[in-house]
Design a protein around this ligand. Sequence first.
Ligand code: FAD
Ligand code: NAI
Length: 468
Amino acid sequence: MADHSYDYDVLVIGAGPGGYVAAIRAAQLGLKTACIESRETLGGTCLNVGCIPSKALLHGSELYDHAKSGHMATWGLGGEVTLDLDRMMEEKTKAVNELTGGIEFLFKKNKITWLKGHGAFTDAHTVKVGDDTVTAKDIVIATGSSVTPLPGVEVDNAAKRIVDSTGALDLEEVPEHLVVIGGGVIGLELGSVWRRLGAKVTVVEYLDKLLPGMDEEVRKEAGKIFKKQGMEMKLGTKVTGANVKGKKVTLTLEPAKGGEEETLEATHVLVSIGRRPNTDGLELDRAGLQVDNRGRVEIDHDFKTGVEGIWAIGDVVKGPMLAHKAEDEGIAVAENIAGQTGIVNHDVIPSVVYTAPEIAGVGLTEEEAKEKGISVKVGKFPMMANSRAKANRDTDGFVKVIADAETDRVVGVWMINTLAGTMIAQAAQAMEFGATSEDIAYTCHAHPTHAEAFKEAAMAVQGKPIHI
Ligand code: FAD
Ligand code: NAI
């Protein structure tokens, strides 16, 4: 029921996957809704400078790589394939524009008011946007995150020499030597894009392995595969400074554990050492809100902050910084505001690295399961023994199913293979339904598909795969 003492029932700050989805669901539930967004277009980091443009470039560059790396020649296909980088960038921009425009259409369709500008609290129910002030009964903070800076290595996206992910999505030339600082998701995805397009790529990673947070075996395998593809790795190394002179950047590096300094020359540098929550200029204190020690807005299980009527979701709160996590929280928070029961199962949030092959996981890693004192049974199946992967000449990677040794319930699934990003959905659904490895092993999977490797890995939990 609308409360007419406020301008809106629900005011969402930020129109990324968390905020725009929350606004749409709130409107669907009959609530008068507005959304504040300071960008020129809706869709947040994800649609404008994140998931979508990066996937467009990953797709375009993979086609080129198939030609250049000899994969197409394997199939008797040849001829000169040339790169028109401007055209590739145009196609990426087209995809972004279609999708951001699509959100604007959905806002109109659902009668959501887009308030353009930067939002700042004046009190718990009032937000200032430009010269206007709006009030709402419930306010959802969905302001997302931005790049973590690295002291001594100053990003300048306009100069296109030392860039962050936004700059790396928009380079005007293929770097001669791109040094990627941070061997996480962004570094490997965007590093792959530029390697495929012809750059020499060196990844400098602080830890002794890539992709922290993922299953150890997957991290090791990923390291081997990226090296085989030609990426150079400097693991256990930190960057302490950068000096730009014309087209050359000289980086100073040090072993992570201390030791002798060395230098590394690059034509371009990508800083991708993580992201941090956006709360600057929000004036949270005026609403009575505080942030935790990592700058995140604190929430309870229902996405409520400590202040009645203020909620928060997405990258600005705890949990993985992922678009689908933000979207699901957007739906749940709107349902909670409307008096329904909105739930997100944070134990089952898949994560995917969209390289080739793709890397994906959901649930616990084997190490996490052991740390929690769960005794596990593990089944693994190599893509080398999967008939479709073999037919496609694309046999890197494996699928790994981790089940509770006592109950057989699946607690985690990790995989590397061409279609891992799509296959992981089946694992997430199985886990959401409380599947055992036996349930998966006795589910009929179409032949020949990469997905059969998931079934075989589940069979391997009981020690009875057919094809190895
Ligand atoms: P955001 O998308 O960051 O949106 C927040 C919005 O709020 C922004 O548009 C911002 O302008 C606006 N805003 C902030 N403060 C204010 C204010 N005070 N007033 C008005 N507006 C404000 N995730 C995946 O799941 N899959 C991927 O493939 C993937 N790829 C990525 C690739 C890159 C290069 C990057 C950088 C990120 C990627 N991510 C990916 C992460 C994903 O983009 C984020 O997890 C997701 O966008 C978070 O959604 P959000 O709604 O919380 O915040
Ligand atoms: P990340 O957290 O994935 O990786 C950062 C890496 O940098 C880590 O491996 C870390 O050890 C390393 N590092 C930190 N400080 C360093 C230093 N000084 N020198 C060298 N290495 C250092 O962060 P990233 O790649 O920036 O991505 C940010 C977030 O964006 C991710 O956490 C993810 O949530 C999201 N994202 C998701 C994608 C997807 O789902 N496919 C794609 C891209 C981003």
